[in-house]
Unconditional design. Structure first.
Length: 167
């Protein structure tokens, strides 16, 4: 069986939201994004989407960092890597200095690594809710530890992930 020929395509926000709601393992579509891309196979079938927007981390410069806030595929081989590779190529022409994304520490990051991204930080995870500050949130996402990955143009060094030996 031969590999699918994959092509990066623009995707409307509504189409991306519907796709994520249908196939993402642990996240809802999210509230918004700056733009969306997809990956189609040779028959024109949408095999995955990425929603790109401003970073939610307070300590990162919102105006200059593009975050892949959602990436979802139907399991098509190389679709996820194709999307992350496209994000890595697209951020600079749009005026961003770097691109980042977060994955659960329990996820391997294989597609990110294949697309040239590197792990640069560990986030404790947890709730966005701040009870004492009047910002209660209904968490509908995993609260686990997350790993921040940045595309290959990042100036930050690659970190060693828990359980890795000598990378």
């Amino acid at each position: 069986m031969s590999q699918s020929q994959l092509t990066i395509v623009p995707v409307y926000w509504r189409e991306a939201k519907e796709y994520i709601a249908r196939v993402h393992r642990h996240h809802l579509p999210g509230a918004n994004g700056r733009f969306c891309i997809g990956v189609e196979d040779e028959s024109g079938e949408l095999r995955g989407v990425a929603v790109l927007g401003r970073t939610k981390a307070r300590m990162l410069p919102h105006k200059h960092v593009l975050e892949a806030t959602r990436v979802a595929t139907d399991g098509c081989p190389n679709a996820c890597s194709a999307l992350y590779g496209a994000v890595c190529r697209l951020h600079k022409p749009h005026g961003y200095r770097k691109a980042c994304t977060y994955i659960l520490a329990s996820e391997p990051g294989t597609s990110l690594e294949a697309a040239g991204w590197k792990p640069v930080a560990i986030s404790e995870g947890g709730s966005w809710s701040r009870n004492g500050q009047g910002r209660l949130r209904d968490d509908k996402h995993p609260l686990d530890v997350k790993i921040r990955w940045e595309c290959k143009c990042s100036e930050l060094p690659r970190i060693q992930l828990p359980g890795e030996a000598g990378k």
